[in-house]
Design a binder for this molecule. Structure first.
Ligand code: C2E
Ligand code: MG
Ligand code: MG
Length: 539
């Protein structure tokens, strides 16, 4: 062994491959000698076998490492792709809301520490219903292209300090960084609206869409990312509600939005348990009487109680009494009107049954239905169940709907109306004259009455034009065999005039305000079946 030390020493000087082949030949050389002492030969064999094993392990490790390295590369490729998918919108190629969140946080952080704090404007651009309609009507490839084109058009007019994001399918967000705090953003808004307003031309179609824009400015309208984005969103929503193309955030918008949110939240909480007890605790029905109207021989005025309209009231735990005109639109928007409305139907039927038991079997009750309630597929079923449970005769029950509820989808509306009519329940058009006001379409509807809106009654003594309309409506209604109710009658003079032109039914503060159900019951017990004479001095 000794004599090969030199060789062995030089082994480490060579490259791996050479080392191994040297080692091989050295082993073969040694093994071929027959003069080796037995213990040296044994040892040599052991060392060689262990060397072979090491080589094998090494080779395995090499191939494992190669495989691993392939996998790491593949993983990186996949992550990159995922990142693109996660951070960029597929249709527009623009960075999405994750990137916006991240960028805005960073930009605000920099703006705050800069020697002269910088102002950042946020504009949310939402494509309008025309886009939604195109989305429903056209193939995906058209709307995908519209989005791609919108992104391009906006980008084409952006200044250098702007960044554009595509945050929702129909929504883009624009950041203008380091702008003059007094910047007039409406110029930008107008430019964006102009460029998006140009038509999108396809071989078969031409599409025109518009947009609504809301904006806010950091730090004025929000001290951090979340607040400044929320302010822009509030401005956008206010623009939508006010049907304005563009609005900048104003602090009073926030209080309106918060109030709306609180209201919505409170309604949800009242209804969350779906417990009738909880709804009954917070909501109640008031009743406003309506009367048959008659003119005596001496031009004197008589009325006779025939029924009452159920008007919902909300006793909010901390806000006190909330007007229906405030919470019905919120409940309508969120769909919460449907459970509230079902409760109203059941409660009104229940009270009507109680009054019948108390000897007031002639009375009718009228219940309001909002447009969304009217669209509820369970409506007819609910009305039927409410009548069946309370065992109230269906002729004593009326439903008030507005013209818009039916006209939104005439075919479906007609089907609903027929379904309700078949139950024997009367249908009355509420606020008549404020909507489509087409007298002709009324002939197509299976209705039994109309309520002339208060705005006509307000002018009944002062406008001959209004008088003409009212007379025409009364005439047509008589022709069709339906009833007319004049609502919002506030004075003797109005009532007297209405009686003189044969308006059959009236309702209004002059005759009676909405009152809680037990007060109404007492009033009805005193007045049921009686004809009451009115004079100018009354009330
Ligand atoms: P509406 O159905 O047209 O009800 C008439 C409204 O005018 C009632 O207001 C009533 O209190 C008021 N009013 C009646 N007579 C006079 C009058 O002589 N002068 C004046 N200034 N006002 C009069 P209310 O109770 O605030 O209800 C407002 C609206 O809220 C109702 O208009 C109806 O559309 C809706 N609403 C009320 N209760 C319900 C309900 O249970 N369900 C649904 N869906 N809507 C309801
Ligand atoms: Mg009504
Ligand atoms: Mg009305």
């Amino acid at each position: 062994m000794h004599q090969h030390n030199g060789d062995a020493g030089s082994l480490s000087m060579n490259s791996d491959g050479e080392t191994l082949s040297n080692l091989n030949s050295l082993f073969e050389h040694l093994a071929s000698r027959d003069d080796l002492p037995e213990d040296v030969r044994t040892r040599l064999t052991e060392v060689w076998e262990s060397h072979q094993q090491t080589q094998h392990l090494l080779a395995e490790a090499r191939s494992d490492i190669a495989l691993l390295s392939d996998r790491v590369l593949e993983q990186e490729r996949r992550e990159k792709k995922l990142e693109t998918q996660l951070l960029y919108n597929r249709k527009s190629g623009l960075p999405n809301h994750y990137v916006l969140d991240n960028d805005l946080t960073g930009i605000i952080r920099e703006a705050v520490v800069a020697a002269r704090p910088r102002t950042i404007a946020v504009m949310i651009v939402a494509l309008d219903e025309a886009y939604e309609m195109a989305h429903k009507a056209l193939d995906r490839q058209y709307t995908d292209w519209i989005i791609y084109e919108c992104a391009g058009r906006i980008q084409g007019i952006l200044p250098a300090n702007a960044r554009l994001y595509h945050t929702r399918d129909n929504e883009f967000v624009l950041l203008l960084i380091g702008v003059d705090p007094l910047i007039n953003l409406s110029d930008y808004a107008e430019r964006i609206r102009d460029t998006l307003g140009d038509t999108f031309k396809f071989p078969e179609y031409t599409v025109r869409i518009g947009c609504l824009i809301g904006s806010s400015v950091f730090p004025r309208d929000g001290a951090n990312k979340t607040q400044v984005l929320r302010s822009a969103d509030i401005a956008l929503n206010t623009a939508k509600n006010a049907q304005k193309p563009y609005l900048e955030f104003r602090p009073n918008m926030q209080s309106q939005a918060i109030e709306k949110m609180e209201l919505q939240d409170a309604i949800i909480r009242a209804l969350e348990e779906q417990s009738i007890a909880e709804i009954s605790r917070q909501f109640s029905l008031f009743f406003q009487p309506y009367f048959e109207l008659n003119m005596g021989d001496a031009n004197d005025l008589y009325s006779r109680l025939i029924g009452a309209e159920a008007l919902i009231r909300w006793q909010h735990p901390s806000r006190g009494l909330v007007d229906p005109s405030r919470f019905i639109p919120v409940a309508e928007e969120s769909g919460l009107i449907v459970p509230i409305g079902s409760w109203t139907l059941f409660r009104a039927a229940e009270l009507l049954a109680q009054w019948g038991d108390a000897g007031l079997a002639e009375l009718t009750v009228s219940v309001n239905l909002s447009p969304r309630q009217f669209k509820d597929p369970h409506l007819v079923q609910n009305v039927e169940t409410a009548l069946r449970r309370s065992m109230v005769a269906s002729e004593r029950f009326r439903l008030e709907i507005t013209e818009g509820s039916v006209m939104d989808d005439l075919d479906e509306g007609l089907r609903k109306l027929h379904g309700i009519s078949q139950l024997g329940v009367r249908i009355v058009i509420d606020d008549f004259g404020t909507g489509y006001s087409s007298l002709n379409y009324l002939r197509r509807l299976p209705i039994q009455g109309i309520k002339l809106d208060k705005s006509f009654i307000d002018e009944v003594l002062t406008s001959s034009h209004t008088q003409g309309i009212i007379r025409a409506v009364l005439h047509m209604a008589q022709d069709m065999g339906i009833e007319v109710v004049a609502e919002g009658v506030e004075s003797y003079a109005q009532a007297h005039y209405l009686a003189s032109i044969d308006c059959p039914v009236v309702q209004g503060y002059f005759f009676g305000k909405p009152v809680p159900s037990d007060s109404f019951k007492r009033f009805a017990e005193m007045n049921s079946g009686r004809t009451v004479a009115h004079s100018e001095e009354k009330r």
